[in-house]
Design a protein around this ligand. Structure first.
Ligand SMILES: NC(=O)c1ccc[n+]([C@@H]2O[C@H](COP(=O)([O-])OP(=O)(O)OC[C@H]3O[C@@H](n4cnc5c(N)ncnc54)[C@H](OP(=O)(O)O)[C@@H]3O)[C@@H](O)[C@H]2O)c1
Length: 230
């Protein structure tokens, strides 16, 4: 029998690439608002809005072996223009909704299970205009490390901290060739990320090949967080 992976989000972006990479070896369940992107895949879709719905556990198999939470936000503004509502909605989507779903699904997770959460390069490196998302993802990183400690050795919890990746979430930052070139040049590896770059690492962290890795925040960021070439 195939093992089961639950992805919150997976209808497009990094999550959809993860569906494609995992589907051969796992039964993949995707909970998201839309499902068009999943056509042609073998994933089971559950209609679900993390902002308003509780996840219907009865729609899931009895055992979950891997879990990833993909929803996220990129609201970039100078701090003086960043509203408190933005801080609240970013924290809600990135952190509180994730915590609620982890709480609901942990009882289904088997020993040897793995959780993957997403942060951003802007938590480890201070970047202007990132106060809201950096705060929300910073909460994700702290939560993940504490959860990893609490659930070791049974369940592994790791975080991926990407830099800019070519997905619908980032489309405003990548809306023309000039912006793409400018963003590419900011990265030591001279390109922006593609969904495969992040999904490769997420798939690795969800599978047994990473069975000695937990409590880590892994930068998949073209060298952005650690290399300074200037
Ligand atoms: N792209 C980047 O440059 C970048 C950079 C740093 C970090 N990250 C992080 O990486 C993760 C994945 O990013 P991405 O670029 O793949 O995002 P994306 O393109 O926006 O995809 C997000 C996925 O989550 C689902 N989703 C969004 N809101 C939801 C909600 N309220 N309820 C249920 N599902 C919801 C979406 O599906 P539906 O709309 O169908 O619900 C979609 O499948 C995020 O946590 C993001 O913060 C991304």
């Amino acid at each position: 029998m195939k093992k089961n992976i639950l992805l919150i989000g997976g209808s497009y972006g990094i999550g959809l690439e993860l569906v494609k990479q995992l589907s051969e070896d796992y039964s993949v369940y995707v909970a998201s608002r839309t499902s068009e992107g999943l056509e042609g895949t073998s994933a089971t879709h559950i209609t679900f809005d993390a902002n308003t719905d509780s996840l219907d556990i009865t729609a899931l198999p009895n055992e979950i072996h891997g879990f990833a939470y993909c929803p996220g936000s990129i609201n970039l503004k100078p701090f003086k223009m960043m509203s408190l509502d933005t801080f609240e909605s970013d924290m809600q989507l990135n952190f509180f909704n994730m915590v609620k779903i982890v709480k609901d699904t942990l009882p289904l997770m088997t020993a040897g299970g793995a959780i993957v959460l997403f942060s951003t390069v802007a938590v480890g490196s201070g970047m202007p205009y990132h106060t809201s998302v950096a705060a929300a993802k910073g909460a994700v990183e702290g939560f993940a490390k504490a959860l990893a400690a609490e659930y070791a050795p049974n369940i592994r919890v790791n975080v991926i901290a990407p830099s800019l990746v070519n997905t619908p979430l980032a489309k405003r930052l990548l809306s023309n060739d000039k912006k793409i070139e400018m963003m590419s040049q900011r990265h030591p590896l001279k390109r922006i990320g593609e969904v495969e770059d992040i999904a490769n690492t997420a798939a690795f962290l969800l599978c047994e090949k990473s069975s000695w890795i937990t409590g880590q925040v892994i930068g998949v960021d073209g060298g952005m967080s650690t290399l300074n070439l200037s």
